[in-house]
Design a protein around this ligand. Structure first.
Ligand SMILES: [Zn+2]
Ligand SMILES: [Zn+2]
Ligand SMILES: [Zn+2]
Ligand SMILES: [Zn+2]
Ligand SMILES: [Zn+2]
Ligand SMILES: [Zn+2]
Ligand SMILES: [Zn+2]
Length: 256
């Protein structure tokens, strides 16, 4: 199957071969810098656009849309004219893609939008079991409990949390368990993570000695955060007095 989307990208386009007589009727595109005939700038794509004249040619507008649709922010196809804040509508995108023969890309875009609007429907559920993952409608007005059954695999789903059903737990109880689990993770991190005194990056220590070297190259004592260079040069009395490595005797570092 040949993709209609990318067949003519690198071939010279007959539109760009202009005779000297045509030059008066051309404009240089600010993106591709090619002199294009004026009809390449003709149609205004959006009524909201403030610019009187377009400076980006049809082909570059199309390339721009193609680029955005393949990236992360598919819902925000902005007008490529410099400083134009307008976002293209579905109809605009459709007409540009189809006029450039990019039917495949248009259908992909269209499917994506359809899926997104489904996912916003409160009666639409995707089965959370990884070996199922099928989407389905469940009429939630008929349900008295949050527990619903997947119409495909017959397993139980929590319609409120949109997860696998939490057996023997109400949704409230499940929430409580989740928060306390989160809470203990935070406590654990607090106990095992410190910020580098110099660059403030969090540093995690599970095992090992208390002599820490951060990726910023700053060296410090894990327990009291004292500067380790100074401890190495001058002795253990440079730990804080409350630190277990502190020693009044001016011996050279034994921590190394
Ligand atoms: Zn151009
Ligand atoms: Zn615009
Ligand atoms: Zn299922
Ligand atoms: Zn639940
Ligand atoms: Zn650091
Ligand atoms: Zn110390
Ligand atoms: Zn050490």
């Amino acid at each position: 199957m040949k993709s209609t989307d990318s067949n003519s990208d690198d071939e010279p386009d007959p539109d760009y071969i202009l005779s000297p007589d045509d030059l008066l009727l051309t404009r240089e595109c600010v993106v591709c810098m090619r002199a294009n005939s004026l009809d390449q700038f003709e149609k205004s794509y959006s009524n909201e656009c403030q610019h009187v004249q377009r400076t980006v040619c049809n082909r570059c507008v199309y390339q721009h849309i193609k680029h955005v649709l393949k990236g992360e922010s598919r819902n925000n196809v902005s007008c490529p004219e410099p400083n134009c804040p307008v976002h293209f509508t579905y109809a605009t995108i459709r007409s540009i893609l189809l006029s450039h023969g990019a039917t495949d890309l248009f259908h992909k875009y269209d499917d994506q939008l359809a899926r997104q609007s489904l996912e916003q429907n409160p009666n639409y559920f995707v089965c959370p079991y990884s070996d199922c993952r099928l989407g389905q409608f469940q009429d939630m007005t008929r349900n008295t409990t949050a527990c619903i059954t997947c119409v495909y695999c017959q397993r139980m789903i929590c319609s409120f949390h949109r997860t696998v059903w939490h057996t023997d737990m109400t949704c409230d109880k499940y929430d409580q368990c989740q928060t306390s689990a989160n809470h203990s993770t935070k406590l654990w991190l607090k106990r095992h993570t410190k910020l580098c005194p110099k660059c403030r990056r969090p540093i995690e220590k599970i095992l090992g000695c208390d002599h820490i070297t951060c990726i910023c190259r700053y060296e410090f004592c894990w327990e009291c955060l004292a500067n380790f260079q100074r401890i190495k040069q001058h002795g253990l009395h440079h730990h804080r007095i409350t630190c277990s490595h502190y020693s009044i005797r001016n011996v050279v570092c034994t921590l190394l």
